[in-house]
Design a protein around this ligand. Structure first.
Ligand SMILES: [Zn+2]
Length: 432
């Protein structure tokens, strides 16, 4: 005899509906066009029929070109996410993808699907039956044919059918957005411009508000943007990424796991890097290259002792190993050449005429997790510290253009001003 458990009680997380408005409502969700939609030889929509690919069954009124284009994008995305989670897709993912509701009989959809299509958003319904410690899950996607919505919903359907769960809201929606934006072998930010504009014009939502809130799914595309940003950071930043995939898998497979359990001891570090990401990210930003060095220790230069470090142009703020004191004057000398994009000339730490390539400094208060205003350094000179803290250094470049051919490094020396021999001016060698 088999027991059929009430799926709402047993699997409350996923037996509910996953309403999704993220991409459909974002300001430029409609503006991105595919090759296929630019083809004027086909009508935008046709009579609904079934089209299939290896893993997907679409009931859709998209024209043949658009339907094929969508299937290819869905298959690519599914390959990427199933590789990431290490579980092949088990069964066909069934999707209603609607271009124009006028092409359809209202009876074609169950009420919840119709309601979300009328709002031009998407919803995924997953039913789970439990048999002993086995489960059988079936998902159906209803997605308005905005670019991004079918992909987002298909991530929920894959998780629902594969794991019987989609995880807590912040993870479920953040990862569905990531799946939607995922490009193979490319860790750069690839969200819509509307998401960038929205986040940059908003006061940031705290980590706690995202992870520990009672928010409900389908709340707003704005909330989806914050969840995506957090998932993107945790999945890519080398300080956190090793723990992120196991945490996600544990939450998807019903083990006892939570954000607080995994990252609780690093909450302040994550919060700092999250706010930093929100402030500086844009399309092309590399969270795997721009990350904070929490490990390198700093010390104060004493008497004539120099502190040395190596600073790369292809990175964000880096540890100088030097702790500075407010009001104290220091000498520095930066030897080497670097460039800030593929075609840029090699320059010294004074940088190019446009200011890029110049060595910059800032003072980080480790106790308060506060980064001071950046100030200009260069190849050679002195500076007076405005506050106590760890000196961090970087090569000036746009934060989202650190991967466009940046190369080279500086060997930097720092010491107290006026004690011992002066540091060498590295430009003397060059100028001869
Ligand atoms: Zn969703």
């Amino acid at each position: 005899m088999t027991m059929r458990m009430n799926p709402v009680r047993r699997f409350a997380v996923i037996a509910g509906l996953m309403m999704c408005v993220a991409v459909a409502s974002s300001p430029d969700g409609m503006a991105q066009r595919t090759k296929a939609t630019d083809d004027q030889t086909q009508p935008a929509s046709v009579a609904p029929r079934d089209v299939r690919s290896r893993n997907f069954l679409l009931h859709t009124d998209l024209n043949d070109n658009d339907a094929q284009d969508l299937l290819e994008r869905l298959e690519t995305m599914l390959r990427l996410i199933s590789t990431y989670w290490g579980q092949p897709n088990r069964k066909t993912i069934e999707c209603y993808v609607v271009k124009d509701l006028k092409n359809w009989s209202p009876n074609a959809f169950e009420p919840v699907g119709l309601a979300s299509l009328q709002n031009k958003v998407g919803v995924t319904r997953t039913n789970v039956r439990v048999l002993g410690n086995q489960f059988d899950a079936n998902s159906i996607v209803y997605a308005y044919a905005n670019r991004g919505t079918p992909q987002h919903e298909a991530v929920h359907a894959y998780c629902g059918q594969t794991f019987g769960r989609t995880g807590p809201l912040w993870y479920s929606e953040g990862m569905a957005e990531m799946g939607n934006y995922w490009k193979e072998g490319d860790a750069s930010v690839n969200c819509s411009k509307g998401v960038v504009r929205y986040i940059h014009s908003s006061s940031p939502k705290t980590l706690n508000a995202i992870v520990n809130s009672d928010e409900v799914t389908g709340d707003s595309w704005q909330n989806y943007a914050w969840r995506w940003a957090l998932c993107h950071l945790l999945a890519n930043n080398p300080n956190y990424r090793q723990r992120f995939r196991p945490l996600g898998l544990a939450m998807l497979t019903g083990q006892r796991a939570s954000f607080n359990g995994t990252y609780g001891s690093m909450a302040e570090e994550i919060s700092f890097e999250y706010l930093f990401f929100l402030e500086h990210f844009d399309i092309g930003y590399r969270a795997d290259l721009v990350f904070w060095d929490w490990k390198t220790k700093s010390s104060e230069p004493r008497s004539s002792r120099k502190i040395t470090c190596s600073i790369q142009s292809k990175a964000g703020w880096q540890a100088s190993r030097c702790r500075v004191k407010a009001g104290t004057k220091y000498e520095y000398s930066a030897a080497g050449k670097w460039q800030v994009d593929e075609s840029a000339e090699l320059v010294d730490a004074d940088g190019a005429e446009d200011g890029n390539g110049r060595l910059l400094g800032a003072i980080f208060d480790r106790g308060e997790y506060k980064l001071g205003e950046p100030f200009e350094l260069g190849a050679y000179g002195t500076f007076t510290a405005e506050s106590d803290g760890d000196l961090v250094l970087r090569c000036r470049d746009d934060w989202h253009r650190i991967n466009d051919g940046n190369a080279g490094k500086m060997s930097v020396q720092i010491k107290l001003e006026g004690s011992g021999d002066p540091l060498p001016d590295p430009r003397d060698n060059v100028r001869g």
